[in-house]
Design a protein around this ligand. Structure first.
Ligand code: TMP
Length: 202
């Protein structure tokens, strides 16, 4: 199975992924835990370029989108597809839904651009996607508490409201794959919500 985790900043994705990883591993499954942008040495370099706040020029939205897909192509080729072919479960912290939410809904890029990239460069979509949803201010407070903010975290609340709206659209359009979790609850409760969708399949 290929499972992705999505949401705006500070909603608790890392905690949930780790708990699901531990649960599935304890069940004897072979699990690969990875993330986007990143997941391979080269894709992590692209991640650094994407998240850095030290650029002297503004990164245009098309460049941002294309770098996300350059990293994704490398990640699919080197990590995700081989792991799935070997019968492993892949847990991925963000995948192409993040490009819909951040680059289309957030930055305002056309869905046609995204669909073109997905159709050419994404051979496999997740079987299941958890959208951890919480009010923007809650997540931003958690993100700020973690320390220095990256290039995305420095965006204003209005940007993240649009991103959240993008995830909502995906959830409404693809309810079979995208499951909304109430991320205002504590980590035990969020894990319990996720387990409702995991048990029949795993
Ligand atoms: P992270 O903080 O969850 O590791 O993700 C890094 C940032 O990259 C996060 O702010 C969301 C953003 N992002 C996109 O804008 N588009 C994408 O396709 C992906 C995978 C991440």
């Amino acid at each position: 199975m290929f499972i992705s985790f999505e949401g705006t900043e500070g909603v608790g994705k890392t905690t949930l992924i780790q708990r699901i990883h531990d649960y599935l591993t304890a069940q004897g499954q072979s699990v690969v835990l990875t993330r986007e942008p990143g997941g391979t040495a080269m894709a992590e370099q692209i991640r650094n370029l994407l998240l850095s706040v030290k650029h002297e020029e503004k990164m245009c939205s098309d460049t941002e989108l294309l770098l996300m897909y350059a990293a994704r192509a490398q990640h699919l080729d080197q990590v995700i597809l081989p792991a799935l072919a070997a019968g492993k479960t892949v847990l991925c912290d963000r995948f192409s839904d993040a490009s819909f939410a951040y680059q289309c809904a957030g930055r305002g890029l056309s869905v046609a651009k995204l669909n073109m990239l997905n159709s050419h460069f994404v051979a496999r979509m997740p079987d299941l996607t958890f959208w951890l949803d919480a009010p923007i201010e809650l997540g931003m407070t958690r993100a700020r508490a973690r320390g220095e903010l990256d290039r995305f975290e420095q965006e204003k609340a209005t940007f993240f409201e649009k991103v959240r709206g993008g995830y909502q659209t995906l959830w409404e359009q693809q309810p079979e794959r995208v499951k909304r979790l109430d991320a205002t609850q504590n980590p035990d409760q969020v894990f319990a919500q996720a387990m409702q969708y995991l048990q029949p399949n795993t």
